[in-house]
Design a protein. Structure first.
Length: 95
Protein backbone atom coordinates (compact mmCIF):
# COMPACT_ATOMS: atom_id res chain seq x y z
CA UNK A 1 0.00 0.00 0.00
CA UNK A 2 1.43 3.31 -1.02
CA UNK A 3 1.94 5.94 1.67
CA UNK A 4 0.01 4.02 4.36
CA UNK A 5 0.88 5.45 7.75
CA UNK A 6 -0.50 6.08 11.17
CA UNK A 7 -1.38 9.61 12.24
CA UNK A 8 -1.25 8.78 15.95
CA UNK A 9 0.88 11.19 17.94
CA UNK A 10 0.13 14.22 15.79
CA UNK A 11 -1.13 17.27 17.63
CA UNK A 12 -4.35 18.84 16.35
CA UNK A 13 -5.20 22.52 16.08
CA UNK A 14 -6.86 22.33 19.50
CA UNK A 15 -3.64 21.02 21.09
CA UNK A 16 -4.91 17.49 21.69
CA UNK A 17 -2.84 14.52 20.51
CA UNK A 18 -4.31 11.93 18.11
CA UNK A 19 -4.36 8.49 19.78
CA UNK A 20 -2.08 5.82 18.35
CA UNK A 21 -3.67 3.12 16.15
CA UNK A 22 -6.89 5.10 15.65
CA UNK A 23 -6.37 7.26 12.55
CA UNK A 24 -4.45 6.29 9.40
CA UNK A 25 -3.97 7.74 5.94
CA UNK A 26 -3.08 6.17 2.65
CA UNK A 27 -3.09 6.64 -1.05
CA UNK A 28 -5.53 4.71 -3.19
CA UNK A 29 -6.16 1.15 -1.91
CA UNK A 30 -7.34 -0.39 -5.19
CA UNK A 31 -4.01 -2.19 -5.55
CA UNK A 32 -3.98 -3.56 -2.00
CA UNK A 33 -2.94 -7.21 -1.82
CA UNK A 34 -4.58 -9.87 0.34
CA UNK A 35 -1.68 -9.39 2.81
CA UNK A 36 -2.34 -5.62 2.84
CA UNK A 37 -6.02 -6.20 3.62
CA UNK A 38 -5.08 -8.60 6.41
CA UNK A 39 -2.76 -5.94 7.85
CA UNK A 40 -5.57 -3.36 7.76
CA UNK A 41 -7.95 -5.80 9.43
CA UNK A 42 -5.35 -6.31 12.15
CA UNK A 43 -5.65 -2.63 13.05
CA UNK A 44 -9.38 -3.08 13.56
CA UNK A 45 -10.10 -0.77 10.64
CA UNK A 46 -13.86 -0.17 10.38
CA UNK A 47 -14.24 2.74 7.96
CA UNK A 48 -12.31 3.83 4.87
CA UNK A 49 -13.08 7.33 3.61
CA UNK A 50 -12.34 7.63 -0.10
CA UNK A 51 -11.71 11.30 -0.92
CA UNK A 52 -11.32 10.81 -4.68
CA UNK A 53 -13.69 12.34 -7.21
CA UNK A 54 -16.19 10.18 -9.10
CA UNK A 55 -13.98 10.56 -12.18
CA UNK A 56 -10.95 9.27 -10.24
CA UNK A 57 -12.91 6.26 -8.98
CA UNK A 58 -14.10 5.50 -12.52
CA UNK A 59 -10.54 5.71 -13.87
CA UNK A 60 -8.74 3.94 -11.00
CA UNK A 61 -11.38 1.55 -9.68
CA UNK A 62 -13.05 1.08 -6.34
CA UNK A 63 -11.09 0.88 -3.11
CA UNK A 64 -10.37 -2.56 -1.66
CA UNK A 65 -11.19 -3.00 2.00
CA UNK A 66 -10.98 -5.73 4.61
CA UNK A 67 -14.28 -7.47 5.34
CA UNK A 68 -14.46 -5.60 8.67
CA UNK A 69 -14.52 -2.17 6.99
CA UNK A 70 -16.97 -0.15 4.96
CA UNK A 71 -15.91 2.34 2.28
CA UNK A 72 -17.48 5.82 2.36
CA UNK A 73 -17.01 7.85 -0.82
CA UNK A 74 -16.71 11.53 0.20
CA UNK A 75 -14.99 13.45 -2.62
CA UNK A 76 -12.50 16.05 -1.39
CA UNK A 77 -13.56 18.26 -4.29
CA UNK A 78 -16.72 18.25 -6.34
CA UNK A 79 -16.50 17.53 -10.06
CA UNK A 80 -16.08 21.25 -10.81
CA UNK A 81 -12.79 21.19 -8.89
CA UNK A 82 -14.16 23.05 -5.87
CA UNK A 83 -13.49 21.88 -2.31
CA UNK A 84 -17.04 22.85 -1.35
CA UNK A 85 -18.37 19.29 -0.97
CA UNK A 86 -16.02 18.22 1.84
CA UNK A 87 -16.34 21.61 3.54
CA UNK A 88 -20.15 21.34 3.52
CA UNK A 89 -20.00 17.90 5.12
CA UNK A 90 -17.58 19.09 7.78
CA UNK A 91 -19.76 22.11 8.60
CA UNK A 92 -22.88 19.95 8.85
CA UNK A 93 -21.32 17.78 11.55
CA UNK A 94 -22.03 14.58 9.61
CA UNK A 95 -18.33 13.78 9.14
Amino acid sequence: MKTFRQLGGLIGADGRRVKADVLFRSGQLGGATAADLERLAGYGLRTIIDLRTDADVAAEGEERAPASATVEHVPMVDESGSANSIRAIMRSGDA
